[in-house]
Design a protein around this ligand. Sequence first.
Ligand code: IMP
Ligand code: MG
Length: 173
Amino acid sequence: MKLPKPKVLISERRIRKRVAELGNQISSDYEDQDLTVIFISTGAVIFASDLVRNISLPIQIDSISASSYTGIKSSGRVKVDSRLKIDIRGKNVLIVDDILDSGRTLLKIMGALKREKPADIRICVLLDKASKRVGQIRPDYSGFSIPDVFVYGYGLDYDGYCRNLPCVAFLEK
Ligand code: IMP
Ligand code: MG
């Protein structure tokens, strides 16, 4: 596999600082409450694992797997497996994803989770590509707003690779 030379969009240091801020904000917003974090694999695995260690609340963690990209293009069709291991009825749910792009993935996941009757659902994403939005959806917590470029690293893949890159890199058009 020939990988591109990474062009840094968001450095490891900026990510670490912002993830700590998000964790503190979430900890104070849900003060004295329990939280169920549901991260969307595979892309959110790195962000979620850093984020939860910055949250000082009693939390449970579960995951949902979703995919819409083939290669570096979105197929527009979202595949979601929303079977959870834990019961979220009456719980405060925080969905954690790597990036909010068109919004199709999280709209589909929100619909599936609402049927399980949680008390509350909020969304936390590391990256927000707001210019690409098609559906009515906004993140409650967002790390960085980014322009319409293809990004990878820190959990996001470049055709299956590069999720282990510690920064967020981008491809020039
Ligand atoms: P949406 O359904 O269009 O909002 O797409 C969301 C999903 O597509 C994210 O969870 C990512 O997995 C993937 N995705 C969107 N934009 C990018 C990108 O620039 N790089 C890598 N993956 C992306
Ligand atoms: Mg994803």
